[in-house]
Write a protein that binds this ligand. Structure first.
Ligand SMILES: [Zn+2]
Length: 622
């Protein structure tokens, strides 16, 4: 019976994969690991910056946090056509399409090609949309009737893969805000509010799924644990598998320490303290971090604004007694930082070049000669990526110059290749032409931090990750309250303090780490950037995945192994279980058999050896 079913399935697959007038198809077991995100519009006309104001930002951030590869199609500039949906072999390019566009962005567009893609294997998930197009209606097996508002409770219907692990206690309280009334025309309602379906599922062709998620908006897919779970399970159902980072982010904290090398600690009345010395690092910082198996970021300012010579010079040969009579020894600080890197507890990251705005010469300056009790003390001077003193943005070219100086000098002084930059002060430029995150991406950074949030950066994209990782500043005269931190299943908690705290309270690092919950581990910035930039692909034959760790973003994996969690939906589990034996092949070498008995209950762990570049992981079925 099993064999017979297997043969039937193979025939069905052959039919599914058949291309019109093309060479005989190969058995395609896995859908392509790529999602097409269809959006109505996008604020950035050049399609580089995804900002918080873009309605689809939460969904893009989630897909990035889950390492799900995606392309974006914007209906305000593009037309959906076969060239997007099929690759040159004739096979579908996307395992799933995520339709986030609402009326009237697609009025008048011909969506007929969608039907072909769905017939040939692309699943479709529609969220927060009225899908008022006959093609979408047929694919979803649904019809949009009207908007509505109702007080009824939200209740689960028949048991289904998407909802079977859903916790009802996570249900959103404001049920009245659900508002799109649809009528099932073939689709099955998995969750309903009175007579209004809230989540529906349909099978428009034998091996594709069509899911409609009646979430009130796209932000709730990230912010609400209930909708987030539905969204992830719908994606898993549509693609039949997900390859997620094997990191328990809920127990991870990303620790950053700012202001190493900055000049202002030696002259600014309200921010003055002694440089942290090598001895202090060796006595009170390095051993504590080592004891906690922690790796933290030192966000280093690479240039010293020297009020004597009116030049930006190297911090690391500064040794003097400041005007307050404090002994400042930046040489010692550099030795301490190097010792911590050597001990494997610290990564050098960028805090810009000067921690000061690019124009220190024009009115109301020059800052170099302005009174430190007056004009020179004003906060706006100490922000590098926005000119708040003059009420204008920092020009893109000036920002790029500063960022490149920072990269150059940190390489010269520490042999480091920083992957993240955190802005000095609170200011950064937000217009698309001067957008600080976009400029940082251009300079080669992989992450742009703005204290309370951060952007993921690559050559194509600056993506605001707001909502993924909560963040908190901490300082020596405050208590740490990790029990009040919000949940963060998809990214580490970001904890930020300054070298000042260590200078003013020598056991600050120890106190801080002792206050963290016992099962908390740090996640280093280079590790995190490496995960976010990993490119996961599926092979066109068999059950095989490729993992690409590209330099410089993936440098962490050059000398660290990595692991991923492979989640499988029931149809794929059933396919794998038809085989009597399953062997793992990692990077072309046999890595032992796979126990298939619990495939549906727990994720398969994918372990990869250290090394940048390409890795492969294959499940060989016999
Ligand atoms: Zn700072």
């Amino acid at each position: 019976m099993q064999l017979h079913m297997g043969r039937l399935l193979a025939v069905a697959l052959l039919v599914l994969c058949a291309m019109q007038g093309q060479a005989p198809p190969k058995p395609c077991v896995l859908k392509p690991y790529r999602v097409l995100v269809v959006v109505a519009g996008w604020g950035d006309p050049a399609s580089q910056v995804i900002a918080e104001k873009d309605a689809f930002q939460p969904v893009a951030a989630l897909l990035k946090a889950w390492s799900v590869p995606f392309d974006i199609l914007r209906l305000d500039q593009q037309t959906l056509g076969a060239s997007y949906l099929f690759d040159r072999s004739g096979a579908v390019r996307y395992g799933a399409m995520l339709w986030l566009a609402d009326m009237p962005s697609y009025a008048g567009k011909n969506l007929a090609v969608l039907t072909e893609a769905v017939q040939q294997g692309t699943s479709i998930i529609v969220a927060a949309s009225r899908f008022t197009d006959p093609v979408l209606e047929r694919i979803l097996g649904l019809h949009y009737k009207a908007d509505y508002r109702a007080p009824d409770p939200v209740l689960r219907g028949p048991v289904h893969f998407i909802t079977r692990e859903l916790m009802d206690d996570a249900k959103p309280g404001r049920e009245q805000s659900l508002h799109i009334w649809v009528e099932c025309r073939g689709a099955q309602a998995l969750i309903s509010q009175g007579r209004h379906p809230v989540l529906t599922v349909y099978r428009p062709s034998p091996d594709t799924a069509a899911v409609w998620i009646g979430a009130p908006d796209m932000r709730s897919l990230l912010d609400s644990p209930y909708w987030r779970n539905i969204f992830q399970r719908s994606l898993l159902w549509g693609l039949r598998y997900l390859v997620l980072p094997d990191v328990d982010y809920s127990r991870r904290v990303l620790v950053m320490i700012d202001d190493w090398g900055a000049a202002d600690k030696s002259f600014l009345s309200y921010w003055r303290y002694q440089t942290v010395t090598e001895e202090l690092m060796r006595d009170k910082v390095i051993p504590v971090l080592a004891h906690h198996h922690a790796v933290v970021s030192a966000n280093v300012v690479a240039g010293f604004v020297d009020r004597k010579t009116h030049r930006v010079i190297s911090p690391w040969n500064q040794k003097f007694t400041d005007d307050y009579g404090v002994q400042q020894d930046y040489e010692s600080t550099q030795r301490g930082l190097k010792a911590a890197v050597e001990a494997g507890v610290l990564e050098i990251q960028s805090h810009g070049w000067t921690h000061m705005q690019p124009d220190l010469d024009s009115p109301p300056g020059p800052w170099w000669t302005a009174d430190l009790d007056g004009e020179a003390s004003v906060g706006g001077w100490y922000e590098e990526f926005e000119d708040t003193r003059r009420g204008v943005e920092a020009p893109a070219l000036a920002q790029l110059f500063h960022l490149k100086r920072s990269l150059d000098y940190l390489r010269q002084d520490f042999g480091a290749r920083p992957l993240s930059v955190i802005i000095g002060g609170g200011g950064w430029s937000k217009s698309y032409q001067n957008h600080s995150a976009r400029v940082a991406a251009q300079a080669g950074f992989g992450l742009f931090d703005i204290n309370e949030s951060y952007f993921y950066l690559d050559r194509d994209l600056a993506l605001d990750m707001t909502g993924i990782s909560p963040a908190s500043g901490h300082q020596y005269d405050r208590e740490l309250h990790p029990e009040k931190w919000p949940q963060h299943p998809d990214g580490p908690f970001v904890l930020l303090f300054h070298d000042r705290d260590i200078s003013l309270q020598h056991d600050f690092v120890e106190r801080t780490f002792d206050a963290l919950p016992k099962d908390t581990m740090t996640l280093s910035m280079n590790h995190y950037v490496g995960i976010l930039h990993a490119q996961v692909t599926s092979a066109s034959e068999g059950i095989e995945f490729g993992f690409q760790y590209e330099e410089p973003y993936g440098a962490y994996f050059g000398n660290h192994p990595s692991s991923w969690r492979l989640l499988l939906a029931d149809p794929l589990v059933d396919k794998i279980k038809q085989s009597a034996t399953a062997n793992l092949i990692v990077d072309g070498r046999m890595a032992g058999p796979l126990n298939t008995s619990q495939l549906a209950e727990r994720p398969v762990l994918i372990h990869l050896p250290a090394g940048t570049g390409s890795h492969s992981w294959k499940l060989e079925l016999k």
